[in-house]
Design a protein around this ligand. Structure first.
Ligand SMILES: Cc1ncc(COP(=O)(O)O)c(C=O)c1O
Length: 364
């Protein structure tokens, strides 16, 4: 890790800088700061009084911006975080006896502290997958027992785009899954914490693999794409969704000063910031994968389809590298690590990290 940075103070605030703004690791796209254009947008929305709890001018305008991307029926509900977005969205398409079919590796199953179960009161029916992706056949393995009072009723399938394993569904794959879910009378939820990265990979508009592919409700990620914080639940098919505004409040996701979440999304989506940032993060992951592929003893173990690289390398090398750069071991059993690139990862960061991997491998 870098030495402690000098403490600096901006003349306009009593806050002091406690970190090194030049340090960047490969742990998570949540480790990055906010994009300067997003910070500038926050200042634009500041000043004066605006109606609280979403009746402000920024949240109203956000609806138009979101509709440009996701179609005329889309309605955006800004929330604080991704877990909250998922829990609100899933409740809005289920009843008290409802269940959610998802991949075993899904964030809602692995990384949300049981919030869908405890806060949403929902049973998760999980399906093992080789690559984080569900298929109609895999959905069928848990979509049964309809009308059986002994079984929690499968009422929604939840997929992530991109998946937690860095893979990306094609629009056709999502369409096939949506068609099968709808045949079962189930809704389709898409966890789009990295939706922008998927659009960048597919080189398609956001609607191509959401609205037009049969997705009913979306958790639209902003934080990993450069916001200070904030995600949106976007209702795509209002006929399959109910009670959003009540569920958002009940689930503690209603921001009183909502203008500050909405304006950040406007900064992302009104122009091309969302895509520029995602393309850059993806390109950095591709660069990193290419650089480490040439190092003997390092294996990139999954396709690099977005901003993540998954690799296996000797454990002692991982431990030494982690003293220099932050990143996570993804699977303790296999020693698989995850390296994540962000909107602010530079080519120099990637090259220096790849050089560090080579160095540590050479001193085994
Ligand atoms: C696939 C996925 N969904 C949702 C989230 C949102 O999580 P959080 O509640 O930390 O904002 C994340 C964050 O890591 C994620 O990777």
């Amino acid at each position: 890790m870098a030495d402690a940075p000098p403490v600096t103070q901006h003349p306009a605030t009593d806050a002091v800088r406690h970190h090194d703004p030049e340090y960047r690791g490969f742990a998570s796209d949540n480790y990055a700061g906010a994009h300067p254009e997003v910070l500038a947008a926050l200042a634009v929305a500041n000043g004066g009084h605006q109606i609280a709890y979403g009746e402000d001018d920024y949240t109203a305008h956000l609806q138009e911006v979101v509709r440009r991307h996701l179609g005329p029926r889309a309605e955006a509900f800004p929330v604080f975080n991704g877990t909250g977005a998922n829990v609100v969205a899933l409740q809005a398409v289920t009843e008290r006896w409802g269940a959610v079919v998802c991949a075993k590796s899904a964030h809602i199953n692995v990384d949300e502290c049981g919030a869908p179960e405890r806060v949403g009161g929902l049973k998760l029916l999980t399906v093992p997958t080789p690559d984080g992706k569900l298929t109609p056949e895999l959905l069928d393995s848990e979509a049964w027992g309809f009308d059986d009072e002994h079984r929690a009723q499968p009422q929604v399938v939840s997929i992530a785009q991109t998946t937690e394993l860095g893979t990306c569904y094609t629009p056709e794959e999502i369409r096939a899954l949506s068609d099968r879910a709808h045949e079962h009378g189930m809704a389709v939820h898409l966890d789009g914490a990295r939706l922008a990265n998927a659009a960048a990979t597919l080189d398609l508009p956001l609607s191509a693999f959401t609205t037009d592919a049969g997705v009913d409700i979306l958790s639209f990620g902003g934080t990993k794409n450069g916001l200070v914080f904030g995600e949106c639940v976007v209702v795509l098919d209002p006929e399959r969704v109910r009670a959003m505004k009540h569920l958002r409040k009940l689930s503690m996701q209603l921001a009183s000063k909502m203008r500050f979440v909405s304006v950040q999304f406007e900064a992302l989506l009104a122009g091309d910031l969302w895509l520029r940032s995602a393309r850059h993060a993806n390109a950095m992951a591709t660069r990193l994968a290419e650089a480490v592929r040439g190092i003997e003893g390092v294996t990139v173990v999954r396709p690099v389809q977005a901003n993540q690289v998954f690799a296996v390398l000797p454990r002692e090398v991982t431990e030494r590298l982690q003293k220099r750069y932050r990143f996570y071991v993804w699977d303790e059993a296999t020693g698989e690590v995850r390296w994540m690139c962000c909107f602010d990862t530079t080519e120099a960061d990637v090259d220096a990290f790849a050089a560090a991997v080579a160095e540590e491998m050479a001193t085994r």
